[in-house]
Design a protein around this ligand. Structure first.
Ligand code: ATP
Ligand code: MG
Length: 299
């Protein structure tokens, strides 16, 4: 359980893949900090929300122990530690509050390239190297397979060549590391991304309101990710053709305009308002096309 506090404390990765995107996300939510000399603790200036910069492995434990209130960490790390806790009979002390849309990767089984993969049954009696022993053990159990889990903290992908394991279970994003080690991915155990994690039980002090406000802002930021506002004018008779071109956009909102024209606006994915699309809209009668970045939304 966590002691009562009137400031919210968020743990993020100090350096590594999630460090920069986590800070940008929190900054987009209106947070700013005074940097400390040791760069381990950042005091919140705009709001009573402080940052703790740590190794990602430490984040689930910091939340479980109530040292931090929230954390931004890979689902892989969060689930691994939850599975590890479950194995020794501990309750899950934290939960995933939001998927954050960055740090995507998969926890996968990968086998030597020359294997003829025929499915999980093939794993019976083999040795699998991984940094995710608890997730792997739980998966093997569900599959009804007995295999030996070889726990390694790093360089898992060289284990088959060293002869310390027959195959591996590791994080994969592009697959380049696997290819460089003559391995191929064959099964996905977990689809992962960075997540916002919080305590299993909510807060009962000033932190409750702060956490709620932060979540609402974060939802606004996540909703707007890659969204643009498209605005233009057009003669009323071009409307059906323009609507057809904008099928993949949000609802087209009509605003009053002058001399037989309509003013239109719609929210859409950035990809839906490429230069080519704007040129097509122009040929169909649109004038004064504008694509605007959307800063904030509250809904
Ligand atoms: P730390 O020093 O904080 O322990 P780390 O080496 O454990 O750092 P990183 O390599 O920075 O961690 O990865 C952090 C997270 O990024 C991973 O836990 C995972 O969720 C995500 N990630 C995305 N793509 C990959 C990938 N290809 N390999 C490893 N992690 C990835
Ligand atoms: Mg780590």
């Amino acid at each position: 359980g966590s002691a009562s506090r009137d400031r919210l404390r968020i743990a993020i990765q100090k350096s590594g893949r999630l460090a920069e995107p986590a800070r940008s996300l929190l900054a987009a939510c209106g947070l700013s900090w005074r940097e400390s000399r040791d760069r381990l603790f950042c005091y919140g200036e705009s709001l009573p929300v402080d940052l703790l910069l740590v190794r990602d492995d430490d984040i689930p434990g910091l939340i479980a122990d109530g040292v931090c209130d929230l954390g931004i960490v890979g689902r892989n790390e969060l689930d691994e530690q939850a599975a590890g806790r479950a194995r020794i009979g501990l309750a899950p002390a934290y939960r995933e509050l939001r998927g954050l849309g960055f740090g995507q990767c998969r926890l996968m089984l990968a086998v030597p390239e020359d294997w003829d993969w025929q499915g999980p049954r093939q794993l019976q009696g083999l040795r699998i190297a991984t940094s995710y022993p608890a997730i792997l053990a739980a998966w093997l159990e569900r599959q009804g397979i007995q295999a030996q889990v070889v726990e390694l903290s790093g360089s898992v992908e060289i284990a088959p060549r060293l002869g310390t394991a027959d195959l591996i279970c590791d994080l994969v994003s592009s697959g380049a590391t696997l290819r460089a080690n003559q391995l191929k991915p064959v099964e996905t155990l977990l689809e992962s991304e960075a997540v916002l994690a919080g305590p299993a039980q909510g807060f009962d002090d000033a932190r409750a309101g702060l956490a709620q406000m932060l979540l609402r802002r974060m939802d606004g930021v996540l909703q707007l990710k890659d969204r643009k506002l498209l605005m233009f004018n057009a003669p009323r008779e071009s409307l059906p053709a323009l609507q057809r071109l904008l099928r993949d956009a949000g609802p087209l909102i009509e605003l009053p305009a002058e001399n037989g024209e309509v003013a239109l606006q719609t929210m859409c994915e950035s990809a839906a308002v490429s230069w080519q699309r704007l040129e097509e809209l122009e040929r169909a009668g649109a004038r004064g096309l504008m694509v605007l970045a959307v800063e904030r939304t509250l809904s």
